[in-house]
Ligand binder design. Sequence first.
Ligand code: DOR
Ligand code: ZN
Length: 359
Amino acid sequence: MLKLPGLIDPHVHVREPGQTHKEDWDTATQAALAGGITMILAMPNTKPPIFDASTLELAFAAAKQKARCDYAQFIGAGPDNAAMAASLADKAAGLKMYLDSTFGELRLDDMALWMPHFEKYPKDFPIVLHSESRTMAAGILFAAIYDRPVHIAHISLKEEVLLIKAARERGIKVTCEVCPHHLFLSKEDIPAISHGHPGRSEVRPRLATKEDVDALWENMDVIDCFATDHAPHTLEEKDSDNPPPGFPGLETILPLLLTAVSESRLAIPDLIEKMYTNPRKIFNLPEPGETWIEVDENAEYEIKTANQFTRCGWTPFEGWKVKGKVRKVVLRGTTAFENGKILVEQGYGKDIRSLKGDL
Ligand code: DOR
Ligand code: ZN
């Protein structure tokens, strides 16, 4: 049995408020615990989006009532909320800026709209960018001009990892995360994921080429964090004429990475660094006391939708053979998950920004 720290996922779409038929604070946090994750940072592209004090309260009210693991909530950058967002910074996980097209209403096309956010958001809390390819290059230029940290969400391309490496070598404060689906899947896997339904393989950033995937593995030392970008949409929605992009990921990230460990493609210290140490540093997260997970590294099994806690009812990794199973999760001294069962009630999870000091 392998003992690891409680893992942190800095990129989760909980879907509440507004789209609880996809997921809510209860099912998302059950899925997190089952996946060995004890703290999630929730994205703001809900309905309504989280962008001011009253929408932040909506998310907090739902989370306080339902969350079973610890959490923080991002604020979304809009065209005219820079001062408001900055004033809420100590309550939020960070500021999320959508600079490229994706699911939801939050999108800032014009660079003039980025400026007030870079000017005002406090430098000790991160700005997270959804920015792909050349938009990412523009985001890194902003980090340099405003001399402040930015964290690039879900990098997927060779050119992105290489540019981040070069920027960092020149002292620009840029960090990044990569998602399992961009490490374990490429464009070549689209037919197998789709089963005749092209919407199932839709995700932003899109699945990339084999060369891009190889470049991410080759530059593993440049990658600060692993994040799921858990983006649950129902199978019915994915198979519709207008399929929303996104994959669930909370319950598959650790088995996929542990399988890579068993194949010597990754080492356990890398996993701890990218799913615990670095997210804590980048997002300024407290040390959770008496929190750990126990994993059976040798358990081999198939990933199956039927065994998942997420409400969305599917996974792009259906039928994958993996090695490594979460047996037990202890969160702040209480066993929260053991042998397939969730053992803490709704409301056990804490908003880590509402606490002073460590958990
Ligand atoms: O595929 C994605 N889905 N990418 C995103 O950036 C958003 C997410 C969602 O919210 O569904
Ligand atoms: Zn996302």
